[in-house]
Write a protein that binds this ligand. Structure first.
Ligand code: GDP
Length: 440
């Protein structure tokens, strides 16, 4: 997730960490490097220019250059500007109370991930205590209706479908039924096309008029970069959208769509899709993404995810362990078991400070995790609590017991050591700790 841009920006910000003297020239050079990184990330040129001008203007003031920690101040300015690009603050769905039906209309091109997003959103709202129903109005893509029905069954949400080619009729009837059955939210999946065309737009405008949605969300594929931005602009002009769900964020190394969308279209990104499973949908927090791509990690989201599957006490315990760097292999094992319930491991690792960008797409797979789990399970409790006592004879025994090799055991211990080092860094970072503490 955003590996490429994260790598580059982390390198640039690292040069400034702890620097107590910087010059105007240092700043200009760094901003130029950031400019190249943003262009390489496929960020819109107009957006890049605006970002560069504002950053230079704020960062070369006397108060920055003469401050006690100018390096930190420069990073803070870059961070603030990045948060601005991403959309300033979190924009939640604007839905009505439980007494009436709120309608969410999903639109976008074929293959963007609409049907998947409809189910993900329904699962999420259900978890939050709402009572959603789905309507299958994509009557163009073969199998879209069937796909939504299967997903609906999987998450325990009713899906309304009809044998017809008239999407407006299905939408209207779905709304009627939702009211009758006292659902509080209706999520409507609509038909896309391979590219924008008049038939699609007309159908969406008609459906929109028929159901008067509270939210009309464009579902756009992050991997298409600037194209996603153009599509958002076109949809907004024709149908007026209230926000965007940016899908396949997990596979987007560059981040161009996320970084340009708000500035170019004025519409907020409300959610990101981070995997193919129904639970792989996250609210979009500009500040957390900015801190991720500047290499500062996103501990807050990680902990929130953990809270979703662990009890409040377990989550607090984990936070304390990260802060005090007393995380053991036993905790690591417990995390695997919880992570499995959370969804994609790749998306979780990117949230750990210092880990983003360091792990390629191929580095993590469930099979490897199972092997690591087997290794830890073959250790004694004492070994899990203090991995430093695991010398060569113990490694051999553990390898034999887990059906792995000594080098795999050693690799896991080395990796774990590195992870603890990152946690120690957090332990030294007072600001991040305070941020964590206030979230508890
Ligand atoms: P639709 O034509 O817009 O309804 O698209 P689908 O919902 O069928 O999605 C198209 C493909 O993208 C499917 O293979 C999905 O599994 C995949 N997909 C959707 N959202 C995501 C996401 O957030 N991450 C990843 N990796 N794949 C996704």
């Amino acid at each position: 997730m955003l590996d490429r841009i994260t790598d580059k920006l982390t390198d640039i910000t690292r040069q400034f960490t702890g620097k107590n003297r910087i010059t105007e020239k240092n700043i200009e050079d760094a901003v130029n490097e950031i400019k190249v990184a943003l262009l390489d990330a496929d960020v819109n040129l107009r957006v890049v220019r605006r970002f560069v001008n504002r950053t230079i203007k704020d960062a070369t003031g006397e108060d920055v250059l003469r401050s006690v920690d100018p390096g930190q101040m420069f990073i803070k300015i870059v961070y603030d500007k990045m948060v601005d690009l991403l959309g300033d603050s979190r924009q939640d769905l604007e839905l009505k109370g439980p007494d009436t039906v709120s309608v969410i209309l999903l639109l976008g091109l074929q293959g963007a991930g609409k049907t998947t997003a409809a189910a993900k959103l329904a699962a999420r709202l259900k978890k939050e205590g709402r009572n959603p129903m789905l309507a299958a109005c994509d009557l163009v893509r073969p199998a879209a209706v069937e796909q939504l029905s299967v997903l609906g069954e999987q998450i325990g949400v009713e899906v309304y479908r009809e044998e017809t080619k008239n999407a407006v009729k299905v939408a209207k009837n779905a709304l009627k039924l939702a009211k009758k059955k006292q659902y509080d939210t209706l999520i409507i999946d609509t038909a896309g096309r391979l590219q924008i065309d008049q038939d699609m737009m007309k159908e969406i405008v008609d459906v929109r008029e028929a159901v008067n949605p509270d939210e009309a969300l464009l579902v756009a594929d992050a991997m298409t970069g600037q194209n996603a931005v153009e599509i958002a602009k076109a949809f907004d002009e024709e149908v007026t959208i209230s926000g965007v769900i940016l899908t396949k964020f997990d596979s987007d190394a560059r981040g161009g769509a996320a970084l340009s969308l708000k500035s170019i279209t004025g519409k907020p990104i409300k959610f990101i899709g981070v995997g193919e499973k129904v639970e792989d949908l996250e609210p979009f927090y500009p500040d957390r993404i900015a801190s991720r791509i500047l290499g500062m990690g996103d501990v807050v989201s990680l902990v929130e995810k953990a809270q979703g599957v662990a009890t409040q006490e377990e989550a607090e315990e984990l936070q304390k362990k990260i802060i005090s760097a007393t995380f053991t292999l036993e905790d690591y094992l417990k995390q695997f078991q919880q992570m499995r319930k959370m969804g994609s491991v790749q998306s979780l690792v990117a949230m750990i400070p210092g880990m983003a960008g360091k792990i390629g797409d191929g580095d993590i797979d469930e099979k490897a995790i199972k092997r690591e789990e087997a290794i830890i399970l073959s250790m004694t409790l004492q070994e899990r609590r203090n991995h430093r006592i695991i010398g060569p004879p113990r490694r051999k025994r553990i390898a034999a017991g887990s059906g792995t090799t000594v080098s795999e055991v050693s690799r896991l211990i080395k990796k774990f050591d590195k992870m603890r080092l990152t946690m120690k860094k957090i332990a030294k970072n007072k600001k991040l700790q305070n941020q964590l503490m206030t979230q508890m």
